[in-house]
Ligand binder design. Structure first.
Ligand SMILES: [Mg+2]
Length: 278
């Protein structure tokens, strides 16, 4: 197959594309290496609300054998921090979530305030730990977030809308979206979502690579979070079957939705076929 020269960048979802749980997808590290040899810019994407780029560099390097710089990572946490830093005047943020999100907010020059009344933004990640408990630091944050929004008219921004996750025991635990639902119920205010399925995180990824939507490929394992927003922005979309979507699921799609997927491949390795690498 001759190499189509139109692709300059590739966005890779991490979970379900490069790894499944903590198990690397076979050939993923070599495939990323090939993308780079072919001159493609590569960005790695994750919607998790809890981890910073430094933490992800470690995961990719040590667990997956993929060498990345923090600059090649677009995480829901770092993208949210960049967004708030861009629109904030006072830089004062009331924050809910884990240390990884806090680290990204601070790195973006934002100031974490303890008093809700001082906040210009409420930034929400998940207040829950992997067993589904609200963490000690986040216990009062339900009340704090409501007060910041109602009393200080703080703008409400969230890392992702994910309502449920598999917990450490494999059973469901609540995610960021569950917290958002509670706060919206109390205040009547809907959050601005930065992570997937918002298009915002894809815009940030394209900016980072300096490529236009039609020059980029999005590789993901989920239709509604990876494929549809990327397609709506004009990227070429690849659905891989190493994550949450099975081939049978595709048969159930209506034709309009099915059209959002440009390629269905068994694994990320097959993406080499459309960038001239195999
Ligand atoms: Mg995924």
């Amino acid at each position: 197959m001759s190499p189509p020269p139109r692709f300059k960048g590739i966005i890779l979802d991490i979970d379900g594309v490069l790894k499944r749980g903590s198990t690397p997808i076979p050939g993923a590290a070599e495939t990323v290496k090939r993308f780079r040899e072919l001159g493609l810019k590569v960005v790695f994407l994750s919607n998790l609300s809890t981890k910073s780029r430094e933490q992800y560099v470690d995961i990719l390097r040590h667990k997956l054998g993929i060498d990345v710089s923090p600059d090649e990572l677009v995480l829901a946490t770092s993208a949210t921090a960049d967004y708030v830093a861009k629109y904030s005047r006072t830089r004062k943020v009331y924050f809910i979530g884990h240390s990884g999100l806090r680290a990204e907010l601070e790195k973006a020059g934002l100031i974490i305030v303890d008093k809700p009344e001082e906040a210009e933004f409420v930034v929400a990640g998940s207040p829950f730990d992997e067993r589904g408990y609200v963490t000690e630091d986040n216990k009062w944050k339900f009340t704090g977030a409501i007060r910041a929004i109602l009393l200080a008219k703080a703008r409400f921004v969230a890392v992702n809308p994910d309502k449920l996750f598999p917990g450490a025991d494999g059973k469901p635990i609540p995610g960021t979206g569950t917290f958002l639902g509670a706060i919206t119920a109390a205040t009547g205010v809907e959050p601005i979502i930065i992570g997937k399925p918002s298009k915002e995180i894809y815009r940030i990824a394209l900016d980072k690579m300096g490529v236009k939507p039609h020059e980029a490929i999005m590789v993901g394992d989920q239709l509604y979070t990876d494929i549809i927003p990327a397609k709506k922005l004009g990227l070429t979309t690849v659905l891989v079957l190493t994550g949450l979507t099975r081939r049978e699921d595709l048969d159930k799609l209506d034709p309009e939705t099915r059209k959002m997927i440009d390629y269905v491949f068994d694994s990320v390795q097959d993406v080499l076929k459309i960038v001239g690498g195999s």
